[in-house]
Design a protein around this ligand. Sequence first.
Ligand SMILES: Cc1cc2nc3c(=O)[nH]c(=O)nc-3n(C[C@H](O)[C@H](O)[C@H](O)COP(=O)(O)O)c2cc1C
Length: 321
Amino acid sequence: MFRIGNVEIKGKVVLAPMAGITSLAYRDFMKPFGVSLSVTEMVSDCGLIYENAKTLDYIKTSESERPVAIQLFGNDAETIIKAMKICEEKNKNFDIFDINLGCPVPKVTKAGSGSALLKNPAKLKDMFIKICKATTKPVTAKIRLGWSNDSINFMENIKALEEAGVAAIGIHARTTAQLYSGKPQYELLKDLREKMSVPLMVSGDIYTLDDAINALEITKADAVMVARGGVGNPQLVRQIDQYFKNGERLPNSSLEENLKYLVEFTDMLIAEKGEYRAMSILRGIAPKFLDGFPNMKKYKNLLAQSLSTRASLDRILSEIR
Ligand SMILES: Cc1cc2nc3c(=O)[nH]c(=O)nc-3n(C[C@H](O)[C@H](O)[C@H](O)COP(=O)(O)O)c2cc1C
């Protein structure tokens, strides 16, 4: 257990934010496997200010997923604070503000948002002093190691954020230049938590229980963030959560269990987004529920290419079974 400000986090699994994936339905689906903190996908501060309907949907959260953080991105304290006020007006049931300082996508960094903000720790500190003062909720930040291997500056940024008053920090153990590939560099984060005054959550290639044990052992972090490794493998969350609660090593889920999870998730996603949108999202996600099982290539392709309705999912699943 650890605390982010006044919010109790009762386990070691944080569901990492993933744009296009961690919608409300995904978070609600993953929660019962043992998620201790959920985070929304990144939400544009200006999108909220201009009351873009789709952006307003991103800040919806559910009671059952709490504690939950809303993640905002922007390049300026004033607009981020305006967006925070809108979140507080429109949603009375969330717990934490998380600010995205890790997004490497050029569209975002060219605007001075996401990981571009890590280039200047002194400026970052001024920005976060204002942001932390503007709310009674805890503010957290999600950062990267630095821009590239020639400019690793996470320690300066962590100090700046701590001094500004953040309540916890998440770090993706890659540089901006690495984007989402290449190995996370956990060795650079050795004993990092012992050098910090606030809780630490670590992210990067958490695909197995042993990946989580390893990342926590090296960094001494309070929690791991499960991102791509949990997509199509919700049992990973249960394995990590249970291991750290009672030392139990649970088996991987069976193919039959995973198909059941896929159907459960599909129905939740349809309820949230409607069948058409849900199926378009599922074409990217559904094949992952078959990962690691033998002779699934044909069905993975079918799910990726032919999913168009709920009935088409049933047809493909009956072929697999
Ligand atoms: C498709 C995708 C979307 C992501 N969107 C966000 C986001 O909105 N906010 C954020 O802080 N990180 C985002 N991330 C980064 C993840 O939270 C995580 O830090 C990263 O994927 C590393 O973990 P992994 O190697 O276990 O996937 C995203 C990652 C992926 C793959």
